[in-house]
Each structure stands twice: as structure tokens, then as C-alpha cells.
Design a protein around this ligand. Structure first.
Ligand code: 2P0
Length: 326
């Protein structure tokens, strides 16, 4: 069978996904909004081969760790079921950014895998079907299928057909950059599913978090339509802080930040007070992310570079959707 290669970008949520209504199908409790980050890309090649007794998975040119390979195989089972095949596959995946950089690669990884594997299996899926498929690998991966500025609707259907991401703005429609600071390149101490489930089960703030996310999503989508960067930045900050507040209040509490993260968030607010168009966000880890206008990017990157504890600064622009490249 043919060999298919796809490339997909990581994304950062400005309105966060944090909590599931279905852990098996990765259905979120609330919608979210993200931007795709060029150049944080994963490239994945898939080839089904009748000579293979088992799936063979390589990550960055070496055999993948067994947990990673098992997660890829479980995802391929979804594709095999749909295509009516039992053939095993050769999968080669590589991140264009260092896997150890402490940035989540599951969104770009499962989006690229969904596109390459469905193509290699002979499935002809539209963007909505690809988004729903990628979501099964990792929730946030559904937003990397359309890329640009994407909204992932929570949906109401128990089977998840309506829980897909769609693009609400193309990459060149917004004047926005994301400057990522690496505050700790080590592996995440807690997986996203584990932390989300702990927050859902034990945080007294969880319900308030889910309720506030629905209205934040409306405000953020309107701000994108109006090109109202200040409004979008404000919502991004409050969504990030709300998510971290809900996590801090879980039992036991989850503290994703380190001292460098806090210093960076304060630094961003100081830059804003000095007149720069910059706002922060932060995911389920310690890396601070600055959302800024392109004119403010040099000042933001320079400030991050001077901050003690920041190991690396990565400048990103808004990128496109997942595509077949070979
Ligand atoms: C997001 N995060 O919206 C949120 C904000 C982290 C914090 O989506 O369990 O790897 O595979 O569905 O997508 C990271 O979690 O979680 C994430 P699973 P995923 O970007």
C-alpha cells in the first residue's frame, strides 16, 4: 500500500480546554479557541504493510518508547476499523521542535498521524471527519486539523460527531505572534488526562471554570471577528488564570508553574503597562507564552531572553492546517 506523509502544527489555546465530558472519546466539557503555531511542526509518514507482524513506530529516527508506540497503535486501530483492514503499519514521526523542549507535541502529532494514516488506509475523509478522528488521539489535536484560528465546539452529541474544530480566521488575517519561553525543558510531571480528571472530580472551582469558559469563547470569537486584539488578549489571560485557579484548588492541588513562569507573567504585564500590545497564556506546564502584535514581538522576545531561568525563546507566527506533503 502507498506511503503517505503529513505535516501538522502545534496550537496554543487562548480559551482553554480543561475538563472532559467523555474520557474515552475525548469530548470536552466546554469549547475552546486556539491558534496554530508555525514553526512548531510534526511530520509523520505512515505505510501499511502486509509483511509486518506488528506496528513499527519510530520517533525522531529511533524506535519509539513503548508507551508512545502503544498510543499510536491504539489510534491506528481506529483507522483500521474504519477502513476494514487489519494490516499493521510502519510509522515514522519527527518533531521539528525538540521533543524535550517541554512543549506538548500531542496536538501536532495526532493531527499529522490522522491525516497520514487515513490517507494510507485509503480513507477519504473531509476536514470535519479528520478533526473528529484526530480528537480521539488527543483532544487538542482536533484544532490542529484546520489550523489558523480554530474553535473546537464542545458539541452535545454523545458520539462526538459535533465535537470538531473549524477555522474562524486564516493565518494572515490576524496580526498576532506568540513568543514561547522555555522555563523547564523537562518532562511534564502529570499527564493532561490525569490532571483534567483530578480537577473535574475534586476542584470546587471546576463548575465555575466550565461555565465561565462558555462565555469566554463567545467573547474571544467576537474579538477575532472584530480584530480586537486587546479584548482577545484579556480573554486569553483570564482563561489561562481561570484554568490554573481550578487546578490549584484540586485535591491535591496542581501547581504547573515554577518561579520563572511567575516572573515571566509579571514581566508581560509590565511590558503591557509600558504600552506594548502583549498578553500572556500558559498551559498545563511551566512555559510562559506571550501573545503579542508583530510590532511588539522584538521587545517581548528580548525581555524573555533577559529573564533568569528562561532556557530558550521560540518565536511563532500563526500557521495553517494539517496537510499531506507526500
Ligand atoms: C488546551 N491543554 O486547550 C489545554 C490547555 C493543556 C492546557 O489541550 O487528554 O493533550 O489528550 O485530550 O489535548 C493539552 O491536553 O489532552 C491541552 P488529552 P491534550 O490546549
Amino acid at each position: 500500500m502507498a506511503r503517505f506523509t503529513a505535516r501538522a502544527l502545534a496550537n496554543v489555546a487562548l480559551v482553554k480546554y480543561f475538563g472532559k465530558r467523555d474520557t474515552e472519546l475525548n469530548l470536552p466539557a466546554a469549547g475552546s479557541l486556539s491558534i496554530a503555531l508555525e514553526p512548531l511542526a510534526t511530520t509523520t509518514t505512515v505505510e501499511f504493510d502486509e509483511a509486518l507482524p506488528a506496528d513499527r513506530v519510530a520517533l525522531d529516527d529511533a524506535p519509539a518508547p513503548s508507551e508512545f508506540a502503544a498510543r499510536v497503535s491504539r489510534f491506528l486501530d481506529l483507522v483500521r476499523d474504519r477502513a476494514g483492514t487489519s494490516l499493521r503499519a510502519r510509522v515514522k514521526t519527527a518533531n521539528e521542535f525538540p521533543t524535550a523542549a517541554g512543549l506538548a507535541s500531542s496536538a501536532s502529532g495526532f493531527a499529522a498521524l490522522a491525516v497520514a494514516a487515513s490517507g494510507a488506509a485509503g480513507l477519504q475523509l473531509g476536514d470535519s471527519e479528520l478533526s473528529a478522528l484526530a480528537r480521539r488521539g488527543s483532544g487538542s489535536a482536533c484544532r490542529s486539523i484546520p489550523g489558523g484560528v480554530a474553535v473546537w465546539e464542545a458539541g452535545v452529541d454523545p458520539d462526538g460527531h459535533d465535537s470538531i474544530a473549524r477555522r474562524i480566521a486564516a493565518p494572515d488575517e490576524l496580526d498576532l505572534r506568540v513568543v514561547v519561553g522555555i522555563a523547564d525543558a523537562g518532562p511534564k510531571p502529570l499527564g493532561s488526562t490525569t490532571s483534567m480528571e483530578r480537577v473535574r472530580r475534586t476542584s470546587p472551582y471546576y463548575r465555575a471554570w466550565v461555565e465561565s469558559t462558555a462565555s469566554d469563547l463567545e467573547v474571544a470569537a467576537a474579538a477575532v471577528a472584530d480584530r480586537d486584539y486587546a479584548r482577545l488578549g484579556e480573554v486569553a489571560e483570564r482563561s489561562a488564570l481561570g484554568m490554573h485557579a481550578a487546578a490549584l484548588a484540586a485535591r491535591p492541588g496542581i501547581l504547573f508553574w515554577n518561579g520563572t513562569t511567575v516572573a515571566a507573567l509579571r514581566c508581560i504585564r509590565e511590558l503591557r503597562a509600558a504600552g506594548h500590545g502583549v498578553w500572556f497564556t500558559c498551559d498545563a506546564g511551566p512555559q510562559p507564552k506571550a501573545l503579542c502584535r508583530s510590532a511588539d514581538e522584538p521587545a517581548v522576545a528580548a525581555a524573555f531572553e533577559q529573564l533568569a531561568g528562561i532556557e530558550q525563546v521560540i518565536r511563532c507566527r500563526i500557521g495553517g492546517g494539517a496537510t499531506l506533503i507526500g
